[in-house]
Design a protein. Sequence first.
Length: 164
Amino acid sequence: MSENAPDSLIPYDEIVQEALRAVVGRVLGEIERGGGVLPGSHHFYITFKTGAPGVSIPTRLRERFPDEMTIVLQNKFWDLEVGDDGFSVGLSFNQLPAKLSIPFAAITAFVDPAVDFGLQFQAAVSDIAHEEHESAENDSAAGEDDGPDDDGSNVVTVDFGRKK
């Protein structure tokens, strides 16, 4: 492409981001329709902006993770409900149950390490300031192995720079 290419009047980056977030919705919808059971060794790491509009998490989690949080859907989750704009799920954090509601627009990463699949998204909410936080994972089963280290070689990153 030429450096002198005109600015697009079509918001391609937003369209692609929305389409990729729909992949997350479709995958979670398949799990919901399958009774909330993940097939084989599939499990998901879902990272989202905790301060994004529409995110509903307990206050204790929002205080612990004021910017971004990663949840794991593997063995201990319940009441997965997937809608057009987001999903809700029950998880346990330090043996305390919690119901989380997460809009797809708040998701910044989705990874299924069992098959080396991952998506990363541009933050849909740019006005939320980044703050450092603890490593964020919900409870896992005792003796559970999260599998081999994933080098992220199959993570799809879509990052369209906008000309100003």
